[in-house]
Ligand binder design. Structure first.
Ligand SMILES: Cc1ncc(COP(=O)(O)O)c(C=O)c1O
Length: 438
């Protein structure tokens, strides 16, 4: 396929992409199967990041495609407001069965960003319903990523994502991130840093508990390079939230669906939040879909605050619980169950972690962090920080490996269907390309 001749690239404004640079030398993928992509110039590319951490069951699964096609032929769309369709109820039950006890109510959306903004609204509605409408402020963390809608941008702790758009969002105070020099190259949960959770208490005391609605954290901060929570950190956040009546929300958009060796980060780390946001691997990324799992006490408070025949939450999307997305979700959860993919990920994780930490000897590697089937590798920055990572990502792609970089951090998260020899190949390509950095 000759991309420049057959397709005019000028029309599509690509997201989070250096458009002009890309269009000079396009990297197009035309096929995906199992753990591989195929590029437009016919090369096989091993996927080291499950697309964008979403294709846990591998690419282009026929079962999901067929389920979606069948559903679209039978019923492609019905308004989700005031009318229902069976699949969204079935999928909600299946999702709720995977979440910790109590998180039994599921609100469907179309992306991770929408799940975050929806959870923010639910938090506000919960406090309002209980007569605590002054709780309108949020707490999140530096180096967090909570999507790109205005709520999520306000929560996120990534400078470039906030610089231009930050002012219009809701009020958010940021805790410090948990990367610490003394934890460099720590495997699993680092020893140091639980006390950083006390930032939450400081913020609450600074603004007054009666102004704080919720604290949002990713169990593992994924997009900024896989920051694993220090031992005791999430537990301490839970304690502080309980003490001050603040809701704890885990953004599980990356961590969910087996990535950390358990269905969700909540179970991996043994801390139960009041809400969990999810997306990505919910449908194996075959259809856009996200969800918020909400604890009984939050749901019941909101339900109880309005008359039986009234709308309880003035929120929802035209495509909430879309039949095609629900069919994809159900087929995806069937695969996870049938192929024991969460257990498989947990079994493969020690091998993967050994492999990734073997790169520690390279002088160009500044830090490695990892948990379950996810790891972050910081490469030696160039004179302008943040430019080396994209260059390494391009070189890896040319060499036959897809790994997503954010700045100078590579985030490796292989599909849960990977075999050991796929992991070996990923590591050897990473070694080959990272060792070329001067
Ligand atoms: C933790 C987290 N939250 C939210 C999002 C936003 O998801 P989406 O890109 O589907 O809007 C992401 C995306 O990577 C994420 O990692």
């Amino acid at each position: 396929m000759s991309i420049n001749q057959d397709i005019d690239l000028s029309y599509h404004w690509m997201p989070f992409t250096a458009n002009r640079d890309f269009k000079k030398d396009p990297r197009m993928v035309v096929k995906g199967e199992g753990v591989y992509y195929w590029s437009h110039d016919g090369r096989q590319i091993l996927d080291g990041s499950s697309g964008l951490f979403c294709c846990a069951a591998g690419h282009s699964r026929t079962e999901i495609a067929e389920a979606v096609a069948e559903q679209l032929k039978e019923l492609a769309y019905v308004p989700p407001f005031q009318i229902g369709q069976p699949l969204s109820f079935q999928l909600a039950e299946r999702v709720a069965k995977l979440t910790p006890d109590g998180l039994d109510h599921v609100f469907f959306v179309n992306s991770g960003s929408e799940s975050v903004d929806t959870a923010m609204k639910i938090a506000l509605a919960y406090h309002y319903a209980r007569g605590e409408g002054t709780r309108q402020r949020f707490v999140s963390r530096e180096r967090s990523y909570h999507g790109v809608n205005f709520g999520g941008v306000a929560l996120s702790g990534m400078v470039k994502n906030r610089q231009i758009f930050g002012v219009a969002g809701p009020a958010v105070a940021h805790m410090r991130h948990t990367w610490l020099e003394e934890n460099r190259f720590a495997r699993d949960q680092p020893e140091h840093g639980a006390e950083l959770a006390n930032d939450l208490e400081r913020i609450i005391q600074n603004f007054g508990a009666d102004t704080i609605a919720a604290c949002f954290v990713e169990p593992v901060a994924g997009s900024t390079g896989c920051l694993i929570p220090p031992k005791g950190y999430l537990e301490r956040l839970r304690e502080i939230c309980d003490e001050y009546g603040v809701l704890l929300v885990f953004d599980e958009v990356i961590c969910g669906f087996g990535r950390l060796g358990a269905p969700f980060g909540a179970q991996a780390f043994g801390v139960v939040p009041d809400m969990m946001t999810m997306a990505k691997a919910l449908t194996n990324a075959a259809q856009p879909m996200g969800a918020v799992a909400v604890h009984d006490r939050v749901y019941n408070a909101i339900m109880g605050a309005s008359p039986e025949d009234a709308i309880e939450l003035f929120h929802g999307y035209t495509y909430s619980g879309h039949p095609g997305a629900c069919a994809a979700g159900l087929a995806t959860l069937d695969i996870y169950e049938r192929e024991n993919l969460f257990e498989r990920g947990a079994e493969l994780a020690p091998y993967f972690q050994d492999a990734i930490f073997s790169l520690q000897d390279l002088p160009q590697v500044m830090d490695i962090r990892g948990y379950g089937m996810m790891a972050g590798i910081d490469v030696k920055p160039a004179a302008a920080p943040g430019t080396r990572g994209p260059a390494v990502q391009k070189a890896l792609y040319k060499a036959g490996l897809h790994v997503k970089f954010t700045g100078d951090a590579g985030i490796v998260a292989p599909p849960l269907v990977s075999e050991k020899d796929h992991i070996d190949r990923m590591i050897s390509l990473l070694r080959q390309e990272i060792s070329k950095i001067d």
